[in-house]
Design a protein around this ligand. Structure first.
Ligand code: PBG
Ligand code: ZN
Length: 330
């Protein structure tokens, strides 16, 4: 008989003991739900690329907001699908714009909910890029886009957004938004910067959902090369210097090493990870074929993202996970 001094299996025998020594837990409070709001009325349009998700017009959104309140969803990330697009994405900053109205719906029907608004131009420009184009039309005009981002941020803050989340990867976007918010009196509105956003093929289902698929070209002059690790630290360092309050790595499941790097380098800044549309859709598709146990796989993936170092996760699974594991009310 072997008398082994250490037997790790001793701690795996009793289910309660396993729970006791579990290091990472996924709770409802870790999750933020992305939501798509669209122009028009009486619209609850299923999104084929994101099973279980819908485009909501603001009138229909009311019932959904109540459902989210009953479920105890902690927060949402809002994306707008406007009625009209133009070269400058001018609808993005309208006081009566889709996102602005949706923010007000949340404030009226579920004020406890943390409302984050994604700040970008790709949903609003007719060419689909995340900013306005240069004269040649071949690239995004970084600094002109910065001015417009400031205006859009203030309009979200005026509508009542709790957190502004710029996702366009423009150089200097955090500083520009911070300056604009402060000048308009919104010194207390935090910025969650999509600091580390890769040029990923995993955004496909989102682009179909939001109508932001590019007619031509790609986003490689502003989104990061998936092959780059140390560049992530540079992006984060710059965003912190510009005033970012919270950081994000995106995608999440495919970038666990980056999540770990960022958390270890800047542990004092809350770190979000975006479990993106393609990562969600792959689990959905495999589950639909009966290949995997969807709930267990989703939970395992989200646990891995948190274990890697994310403090919270933006995920299309937020509702299902919160429903399966109800949040503790305070
Ligand atoms: C807009 C934006 C995108 C996502 C979040 N904000 C799409 C993109 O960069 O094309 C991706 C979300 C997802 O895939 O779930 N800038
Ligand atoms: Zn964009």
């Amino acid at each position: 008989m072997f008398s082994l001094i250490q037997r790790p299996r001793r701690l795996r025998q009793h289910p309660a003991l396993r729970r006791l020594v579990q290091e990472t837990h996924i709770q409802g409070d870790d999750l933020i739900l992305p939501l798509f709001v669209c122009a028009g009325q009486k619209i609850k349009r299923a999104i084929p690329s994101l099973p279980g998700h819908y485009q909501w017009s603001c009138d229909e959104l009311v019932a959904e907001v109540r459902a989210l309140r009953d479920l105890g969803i902690l927060g949402v990330m809002l994306f707008g699908i406007p009625a009209e697009k133009d070269a400058e994405g001018s609808h993005a900053s309208h006081d009566k714009g889709v996102v602005q109205q949706a923010i007000r719906v949340f404030k009226e029907h579920y004020p406890e909910c943390l409302v984050m608004s994604d700040l970008c131009f790709c949903e609003y420009t007719d060419h689909g890029h995340c900013g306005v184009l240069t004269a040649s039309g071949r690239d995004v005009d970084n600094d002109r886009t910065l001015e417009l981002l400031g205006v859009q941020a203030v309009s979200h803050a005026r509508a009542g957004a709790d957190v502004i989340a710029p996702s366009g990867m423009m150089d200097g976007m955090v500083a520009a938004i911070r300056t604009a918010l402060d000048a308009a009196g919104f010194i207390h509105i935090p910025i969650l910067s999509y600091a580390v956003k890769y040029s990923s093929a995993l955004y496909g289902p989102f682009r179909l959902a939001a109508g932001t698929t590019l007619k031509q070209g790609d986003r490689k002059t502003y989104q990061m090369d998936p092959a780059n690790r140390f560049e992530a630290i540079k992006e984060v360092e710059l965003d912190i210097a510009e005033g970012a309050d919270m950081l994000m790595v995106k995608p999440a499941h495919t970038y666990l090493d980056i999540i770990r790097d960022v958390k270890e380098s800047f542990p004092m800044y809350p770190l979000a990870a975006y479990h993106v549309s393609g990562e969600y859709a792959m689990i959905k598709a495999a589950a639909a074929q009966g290949l995997i146990d969807e709930k267990m796989v989703a939970l395992e993936v989200l646990t891995a993202i948190k274990r890697a170092g994310a403090d919270f996760i933006i995920t299309y699974y937020a509702k299902e996970i919160v429903a399966a594991f109800p949040r503790q009310r305070v």
